[in-house]
Design a protein around this ligand. Structure first.
Ligand code: C5P
Length: 397
């Protein structure tokens, strides 16, 4: 894959511009040809010479340069590659793209292109969070522009937060995914994962054995297929999926809030083991044995059902997937769950009395929809994630 592929890489004027050299190298290793374009301000961060040396290509930067125009006009330049990548995309470049400005070579190419554009934003956290930037990003997503990142982390300015450019390897993976035929590119997918934790007091809680392995494997598979993944996870010991938006939560109520404030989604996969109840009278101080007459009074109240509420929400995802762990009558109970929750597909696991799926590497699931049922043989949770990813691709196309 990728032998004949060519991308135009527009490098904006941000500190992350130095990473473009590594990105070019990674792309070349994947047999992707890169045509570099520098904005004027990017020339302060990387030199034309270093880019030309690494890419072994002519580096374009100025509009209406007579030599460039006779060699390759800007309209032609906007058409020669399979994809235009803007990395780093500064707040200024994003604003220009969202508003159709074309006052230099980079912005003119973006306006003139008939190819997809992938944007890797990079800016200070405050700049990213400004309503103006967020609405520009929203607009661009609606126009069909693809995004990767930004990530959360340390910034060159010494602050910390959302705004770091995605790593070159993540950008490369997204570029590769965009060249595949069956992808989930442009699909925003929710994955809930792991357990929830319901506090009794600052020391004690109610939770469950969910390891988060299956949810993480699914999220990884979806990221690899090019989806924009929102990963809402309870506390686990598993490394978070790279390239997904990670929202760590504790309680079911936190999970509910995170899920409903980050939508809408094209697809939702509720793989989390959500506690059915929370403690209504949780204590802000440690409950002492003597205060509670040796038996604390714990009042449990039912938690909101995220899967059921997503399934009947106004902005219902086109595909809603739930999980069911059952100790008996797997199919019958899973079918009932499909109906009571209003979802489209249930991934059902049989939980044996002795062996446990929680924390195990492998899993054995049955896929159940209204009119279809398929038992998958035992396989690793990673393989289940990949197979489920392929199933979602089929649903989305
Ligand atoms: O009702 P039960 O817990 O068996 O249903 C399991 C499915 O419902 C899982 O997909 C789980 O993520 C989801 N669920 C939820 N919110 C709850 C309870 C379960 O999203 N409060």
């Amino acid at each position: 894959m990728g032998k004949d592929k060519k991308i135009t890489l527009i490098i904006g004027g941000g500190i992350a511009a130095y990473k473009s050299l590594e990105l070019i190298r990674l792309l070349q290793n994947a047999h992707i040809e890169v045509i570099p374009i520098l904005t004027k301000s990017a020339e302060n961060f990387v030199t034309t010479l270093s880019l030309a040396a690494i890419s072994k290509k002519k580096v374009y930067s100025h509009l209406f340069d007579l030599n460039d125009e006779t060699e390759m006009g800007h309209i032609q330049l906007s058409r020669v590659s399979d994809l235009i990548v803007v990395a780093p995309a500064t707040a200024n470049l994003i604003s220009k793209m969202a508003n159709g400005l074309a006052d230099d070579l980079a912005s003119t190419l973006i306006l003139a292109t008939n190819k997809k554009v992938l944007i890797a934003p990079s800016m200070n956290v405050q700049m990213w969070n400004k309503p103006a930037t967020l609405s520009n990003v929203k607009k661009l997503k609606e126009y069909g522009f693809l995004f990767i990142g930004p990530n959360t982390g340390d910034m060159a300015c010494g602050e910390f937060g959302l705004g770091r450019m995605a790593e070159p390897s993540e950008i490369k993976d997204k570029i590769m995914a965009s060249f595949q035929n069956n992808t989930l590119l442009n699909k925003k997918i929710l994955v809930t994962s792991g357990p929830t934790v319901e506090r009794i007091d600052p020391i004690r809680f109610i939770s469950n054995n969910s390891s988060g392995l299956q949810g993480t494997a699914i999220a990884n598979a979806l990221v690899n297929l090019g989806a924009e993944v929102v990963f809402v996870t309870g506390p686990t010991n598993v490394s978070h999926p790279i390239g997904a938006k990670i929202i760590p939560i504790e309680s079911a109520k936190d999970m509910y809030k995170a899920v409903f404030s980050n939508g809408p989604y094209d697809v939702a996969i509720c793989a989390a083991a959500v506690s059915d109840w929370h403690v209504q009278n949780d204590s802000s101080r440690k409950i002492k044995k003597k205060d509670s007459n040796s038996k604390p009074n714990i009042e449990l109240k039912e938690n909101p059902d995220i899967l059921a509420d997503l399934s009947k929400s106004k902005n219902r995802p086109g595909l809603v997937i739930g999980f069911a762990a059952e100790t008996e009558q797997l199919t019958k109970n899973a079918k009932e769950k499909l109906i009571s929750k209003g979802c489209d597909l249930i991934v059902a696991n049989k939980v044996e009395k002795k062996s446990s799926i929680f924390g195990a590497k492998n899993n054995e699931v049955t896929i159940i929809t209204n009119d279809y049922m398929e038992k998958w043989p035992e396989m690793t949770k990673t393989e289940i994630g990949e197979k489920l990813g392929q199933l979602i691709v089929k649903y989305c196309h």
